[in-house]
Design a protein around this ligand. Sequence first.
Ligand code: CMC
Length: 393
Amino acid sequence: TGYFTYDPGFLSTASCHSQLTYLDGKNGKLMYRGYPIEQLAEKSNFLEVAYLMLYGELPQQQQLEEFRRIIIHHTMLNESLKSFFRGFYHDAHPMAIMVGVVGSLSAFYHDSTDINNPRHREIAAHRMIAKMPSIAAASYKHSVGEPQVYPDNSLSYTGNLLNMMFAVPCEPFVLNPVAEKALDLIFILHIDHEQNASTSTVRLAGSSGANPFACIASGIAALWGPAHGGANEAVLNMLDEIGDIANVPKYLARAKDKNDPFRLMGFGHRVYKNYDPRARIIREMCHEVLEKLGDANDPRFELALKLEEIALNDEYFVKRKLYPNVDFYSGLIYRALGIPTNMFTVMFAIARTVGWVSQWMEMISEDNQRIGRPRQLYVGEKERNYVPIDKRG
Ligand code: CMC
């Protein structure tokens, strides 16, 4: 022991150089490729930001059109993949299906798996960004027992996803532009967040030269955990538990009680100690969505707005800078759009795929790229001799 630095949770270890995302938690700053998230959220769209992440610069008009053409070229799933979905039990969690089906892409596409070939890497990245909504929607359709809907390439990235999730063969589906825009905004905000657990997982898996589709599947697996991608799901579960606005004072008292493990889900952040810049952007959209699309009879929305109001004014929360975080608002938006709770993390995975593939490409393209191989501090038995089974006490 003593040869290695002990850093559990990697709280003070930088594992790589990266040009993708700048995050300053103290000052509430988040930038992709140098562009403040506020500007991208207001002026850009998901596919344009995806281009920026992959290629380093915002596209010219013609480059963006070409990028869109390439992405929509890859939206279809191989028909054989349908049997993968059918193979899952009807109540399988959509994230379980995502891990399996995305991993299986490595068995389908051999023209994009030579990681030493930049063209292969690029095709793999395009395929994953394009196919993720199709796989996500098919996972959902399987869980509700409805037929899969093929992609419609005349729609926007998020419009296509909503159509594949909610269209049914027996009646026309009317795409709501507010829903489409809200989803696009949430997706921009979730594209990347530097070396979080799932992104580090993708990099570590990729550092061994593993198949790119398999690497992204490993990222999906890491994202699935409640401590990472599951927080917005926890917000909705908490609102269900509180149940009625009359119960708010009781739960508020519990949140402040240091002997009670209960916390207000969707409040506070490990990195952003002053405010979460993504929450500030998404808050406005959340209020618009609730006003235009929220079910007026759903008590959770009224409850959520009450909690927000309290948190922004109550001394306990203000003093500790416990603002509603991005997951608080994204959970509410998803609910208002009719997206079921077990699909929340899948939505996150679709957006984060852009971050994962960009980080993977950045790492693989490095000149002196090495396999990730952390060490440990051994705390087990000292050397001892083998004892034959009849001599063991
Ligand atoms: N409700 C009530 N009190 C809280 C909460 C909360 N949600 N969060 C923190 N506190 C209190 C905590 O008890 C402590 O009080 P005191 O100083 O009196 O002991 C103080 O605020 C500081 O908390 P902390 O535990 O030191 O903060 P942390 O950085 O370790 O935890 C956190 C951050 C996000 C884990 C925590 O705020 C939390 O559990 N929030 C609820 C869960 C949640 O919403 N998680 C999603 C975060 S965003 C995820 C992402 O971006 O990927």
